[in-house]
Write a protein that binds this ligand. Structure first.
Ligand SMILES: Nc1ncnc2c1ncn2[C@@H]1O[C@H](COP(=O)(O)OP(=O)(O)O)[C@@H](O)[C@H]1O
Ligand SMILES: [Mg+2]
Length: 215
């Protein structure tokens, strides 16, 4: 197997925290520095991903473990079909959500066995861990308000333009998700960089670049 020179950077955080915005900014910034970089996301960017994504984000009444296995099936194909080949070619891969999302949404969020989820993630990825994980942290109400979720803000759902099955979970679920991400970051401080998402996009990007060049 050829030596891996590429780097895998995952971006994690609650819905609306600005992951996709940062992923795009990061891709452009790295490319401007002459780095070959691929931007990808989970679920959905693997070869069988779009169909799995559709079920995950729109399917009703999915059993919790069925949900886990769908995410893992998508991840497996994403890693083996796209991420690992790119890394082996020396490319950098910026991945919008990766294995920590499973631990946090299904483990902390849905209260499934976190130890078991870690083992399943390891099988799904053959142990491919990110070189760096950028966790965008911010208060969940602010993040959800950005994407127009939650009538708690009294807008009658007028801004509900992109909600999906997970976005629609109660706010307590999203709080457990936020706390879960922070707990995971504390467990692995060498891999995680926690970014303050409650600032303008250019600042978030600046923090991200600083955390990448510091390593
Ligand atoms: N730092 C930021 N400050 C204010 N608004 C932001 C910021 N980052 C993203 N947004 C906006 O918030 C919404 C959600 O951003 P997005 O990147 O899609 O979040 P995520 O991918 O984490 O769900 C988008 O409308 C986006 O333009
Ligand atoms: Mg996004």
């Amino acid at each position: 197997m050829p030596a891996m020179e590429g780097r895998l950077i995952s971006i994690e955080g609650p819905d609306g925290a600005g992951k996709s915005t940062l992923a795009l900014g990061l891709r452009n910034e790295l490319a401007a520095r002459g780095i070959e970089v691929i931007l990808t996301r989970e679920p959905g960017d693997g070869p069988v991903g779009p169909q799995i994504r559709q079920v995950l984000l729109e399917g009703a009444d999915i059993d919790q473990w069925t949900e886990v296995f769908l995410f893992l099936a998508d991840r497996r194909q994403h890693v083996e079909g796209l991420i690992r080949p790119a890394l082996e070619k020396g490319k950098w891969v910026v991945c919008d959500r990766y294995l920590d999302s499973t631990i946090v949404y299904q483990g902390y969020g849905r209260d499934l066995d976190v130890g078991l989820l870690r083992k399943l993630n390891k099988i799904a990825t053959s142990g491919l861990m990110p070189d760096r994980t950028l966790l965008i942290d911010m208060p969940v109400e602010k993040a959800l308000a950005r994407i127009g979720v939650a009538d708690l803000f009294g807008d009658g759902g007028a801004k509900r333009n992109r909600h999906d099955r997970l976005d629609r979970e109660p706010v307590e679920f999203h709080r457990r998700v936020r706390d879960g991400f922070l707990a995971e970051a504390r467990l692995d401080p060498a891999r995680f960089a926690v970014l303050d998402g409650d600032q303008e996009p250019a600042k978030v990007l600046e923090q991200a670049i600083a955390s990448l060049t510091a390593s």
